[in-house]
Design a protein around this ligand. Structure first.
Ligand SMILES: NC(=O)c1ccc[n+]([C@@H]2O[C@H](COP(=O)([O-])OP(=O)(O)OC[C@H]3O[C@@H](n4cnc5c(N)ncnc54)[C@H](O)[C@@H]3O)[C@@H](O)[C@H]2O)c1
Length: 350
């Protein structure tokens, strides 16, 4: 093993661990030396698949016994907090899957633990790694779209409820439905692309039309037919920012509409449309005539780019693109949408 490879412990050997472990196998400056899952058979299976020497069923034991630089947290949302805080306290850098936490209070403790430890807390807001997203953000920073005042983010699945009855659809363990599961990506992208302004207020609404009847089921996750469904399947929200900008968000796991992913970023000089297919389309006006252009980005393996970014930051002491503080602001906005939906009122965040 090359000496400068970052030694990683993977916590959680479920679906998403495959993306992280494949990224490490394919060269991202990391060597996974341990894998941990409370279901031993899952950890053993991943260890065999990815040639990982150490297997654990308790992350605390892994933190004590294994010689690790960093931990990747890929467990149900409600467990992110405990494992991340323990890993940071044990002096490990952490790459924690999205959403960073099921609520703001847990996220705040994670950020505080990172500050105290001096270690990196990176949140797996992996879509920021897309080349077209980085290109567009750089263009916004260079004022090429003019003043950016509005963004619309949509992630609409028509039939995509993950793991019915499992932790995904139980609010206590997931924190919510599509809003926290995929809305976290959509909202984060829109917020990142308009330059991460300070949110001041949120309104939102949620609907549950499919899940309780076991309709709208997708293929991600492992269903548990003894479980239950107490989360939304559609969420809408509007966030206002200190600089006057606003984001409109619409996300669903199940909806009687065609599936759609889009982030619209609207500036005074040009609007941009990202559909996460590698390209960005631009809409503007020259000499009174409408001009539409497409910029073709390069295809990026986003999990590999994310892991490479994390290991480079550890080795070189550089800041990360998706720090805990950003994950926390996104969590505040998501919490605000849920609170507004529950109370029927606007929620102030300032
Ligand atoms: N970045 C993305 O686009 C993306 C995609 C899918 C999932 N995720 C996130 O990844 C996380 C895991 O999702 P998944 O689909 O892999 O779920 P999963 O249910 O397939 O896997 C979770 C695993 O964690 C294990 N686990 C639970 N508690 C544990 C503990 N205390 N210690 C060790 N292992 C424990 C479970 O036994 C299970 O094997 C979630 O937070 C999810 O939001 C991110």
């Amino acid at each position: 093993m090359a000496k400068d490879l970052v030694r990683i412990g993977m916590v959680g050997a479920g679906s998403i661990s495959e993306s992280h472990l494949a990224a490490a196998r394919d060269g991202a400056g990391a060597k996974v030396v341990a894998v941990c899952d409370i279901i031993e058979e899952r950890a053993r299976r991943r260890a065999a698949e990815f040639n990982i020497p150490e297997v654990y069923t308790d992350h605390r034991r892994m933190l004590e016994e294994s010689d690790l630089d960093a931990v990747i947290v890929g467990v149900p949302n409600n467990v992110h907090h405990e494992i991340t805080v323990n890993a940071l306290k044990a002096g490990k850098h952490v790459l924690c899957e999205k959403p960073m936490a099921i609520n703001t209070a847990a996220g705040e403790q994670m950020v505080a633990a990172a500050k105290e430890s001096g270690k990196i807390l990176m949140v797996g807001l992996v879509n920021r790694m897309r080349s077209e997203v980085q290109t567009l953000r750089a263009m916004v920073d260079r004022n090429e779209l003019g003043k950016v005042y509005y963004a619309k983010a949509m992630m609409i699945r028509r039939k995509g409820i993950p793991g019915w009855g499992s932790w995904f659809t139980r609010k206590e363990e997931s924190g919510g439905g599509p809003l926290i599961d995929i809305g976290v990506h959509a909202l984060d992208l829109a917020w990142f692309l308009i330059g991460c302004p300070k949110p001041v207020s949120v309104t939102g609404h949620t609907y549950t039309a499919f899940g309780p009847d076991r309709r709208g089921l997708g293929s991600w996750g492992i269903p548990d037919w003894t479980g239950y469904y107490d989360v939304e399947d559609l969420a809408v929200g509007m966030i206002r920012f200190e600089n006057g900008a606003a984001i409109n968000l619409e996300v669903s796991w199940a909806l009687n509409m065609p599936p759609e992913t889009r982030i619209n970023v609207i500036g005074e000089k040009a609007g941009a449309l990202c559909t996460l297919d590698g390209n960005v389309r631009f809409f503007s006006e020259v000499d009174g005539e409408l001009v539409d252009t497409t910029r073709q980005g390069s295809k990026v393996s986003i999990f590999q780019a994310q892991l490479r970014h994390f290991t480079d930051a550890i080795r070189e002491g550089k800041p990360v693109l998706t720090p805990g503080e950003h994950g926390l602001t996104v969590t505040r906005m998501l919490d605000g949408i849920y609170e507004s939906a529950a109370t029927g009122k606007e929620v102030r965040l300032d």
